[in-house]
Design a protein around this ligand. Sequence first.
Ligand SMILES: *[C@@H]1O[C@H](CO)[C@@H](O)[C@H](O)[C@H]1NC(C)=O
Ligand SMILES: *[C@@H]1O[C@H](CO)[C@@H](O)[C@H](O)[C@H]1NC(C)=O
Length: 191
Amino acid sequence: MPHSTKFLPSFLVFLLFFFFISFSYAKSHTFSKTISPSTLGLNRHKLSHLHFYFHDVIGGRNQTAVRVAASPATSTSPTGFGSVVIMDDPLTEQPEWGSKEVGRAQGIYASASQTELGFLMVLNFAFTQGRYNGSSLSIVGRNTVASAVREMPVVGGSGVFRFAHGYAHAKTYAIVEFEAVVEYNVYVFHY
Ligand SMILES: *[C@@H]1O[C@H](CO)[C@@H](O)[C@H](O)[C@H]1NC(C)=O
Ligand SMILES: *[C@@H]1O[C@H](CO)[C@@H](O)[C@H](O)[C@H]1NC(C)=O
């Protein structure tokens, strides 16, 4: 069969060539490549303003924030330096505790200043209403709670808030017994 003995080597060469090409193609494209924003449906950048009230309750029957760690010096520090608190705080439309809940503030605040009441805030606003249900915004910032207005960066988000960036303004609305009510105005760019 002279035909097939001649055919076989060239077929092998073709196969080798094909594997080489596809291998080098895969190698240069598996880790990273440039794509168009429209591939992810990212066409219109918009700015949203969210307004809600945050309820931080550190004791009593409806406690929402628990201290999980402290240093030996925390109890004698005027700023509670070193204490770490985990929160799952309701976010409501109106300042009243029983007002409609729009989400939760879930995360950590830690006393990180020795000279004033200043917390490191690391938290997610996890929204539960309407088109925001299931979407979240991530905050990392400094919260000097005695200041009239505190600004914290929005560093990202998920769901409708993918690619989010912006800032949150926090303003204490009321402090009653164990509960602090904080008014939040959040301005965020997203798609
Ligand atoms: C705890 O929450 C319940 C239900 O919302 C409310 O009726 C009650 O007044 C709250 N208790 C305190 C101490 O805030
Ligand atoms: C939010 O989404 C969850 C999970 O999909 C669903 O169970 C819940 O009913 C939704 N809530 C509202 C208010 O739409």
